[in-house]
Write a protein that binds this ligand. Sequence first.
Ligand code: ACO
Length: 324
Amino acid sequence: MKQILMTGVGAYLPETILTNDDLSKFVDTDDNWIRQRTGIISRRKANPEELTSDLAVKAANQALLSSGLNVLDIDCIIVATTTPDCTFPATATIVQEKLGALNAFAFDVQAVCAGFVYALSVANGLMSAGQGSNTLVIGAETFTKLLDWRDRSTCVLFGDGAGAVVLQAEKSEEGYGIIANTLHSDGRYKDILYVDGGVSSTGTIGHVKMQGRDVFKHAVEKLAAAMDEVLHISNLTSDDIDWLVPHQANIRIINAMQKKLNLPDEKVIKTVSHHANTSAASIPLALTSGVESGKIKSGHLLALEAIGGGLSWGASLVRYGRPV
Ligand code: ACO
């Protein structure tokens, strides 16, 4: 039986930084409100000519370097995004062409902020069934292009970026790689977080609309239940977790999860202060930050969780790297 190992990570953030003070120059908000309610200090913003696929390619190239694989070794590319370059083809095929990954099949996954955990689980299923030995899973977003910059209740929350991981199917020690996943959706809550545009409805792109308080309440409750579920099916407890690498939407949601799992600060990767909510990119961006800073090491047990529009949510347990 092959394990699905996570052998490389990479990330890319656009150069332009927008601070809370920058936002307060054109929308009625202030640094103190944003920091207190969300933990966000600044976010990155892609330039108009910078596409989601451009961000994805930069993150993917770094992940390839970190895994030691050649681009032609990649046989599957999955891009989790809500901000594709165009309605079709899939951004993943554009990424494939830009990377020169000509031996890969490629497709997108759309689960908004839960996109990365969804894509990871899809990759795990495909690879376990023998489709794909070396898969690139990328979360990439130019989410700022979906924002109404006059709506202070949403425009302060999001940022742009991309993160990528390399997964390799290999015979390996039990308990390494992807250990467990759980995915959930509840479309009854589709109206608390959505975009008011689309191809078959308005014919426009639309803007993000959100009932923040409702999303907050569901986030804490549903993420905690999903994490309990993956720990339970793996016969593990929160004491076994080396790093919680949560979706970075709001520091208060992250702190609530940390408390529920009874984890000290030293076991939680927090990047929301300078990334803001980058939707599907947030977990692989946080993962890369954890690995590059030397916190996450080979053999560490990672707990990943995310929730987003749908509502859709999920959690994964992954033992990072390879056995030495
Ligand atoms: N600056 C200043 N004031 C603001 C701002 C702002 N940017 N935004 C809202 N306010 C005001 C409101 O108008 C309201 O004023 P009022 O009392 O005079 O009516 C007041 O602040 C309180 O507004 P609430 O929305 O009740 O504030 P809350 O404490 O709930 O914080 C927030 C809002 C930060 C959005 C919070 O609800 C939240 O984080 N929710 C979760 C949202 C989230 O994480 N979404 C993403 C997850 S899913 C995904 O990742 C796509």
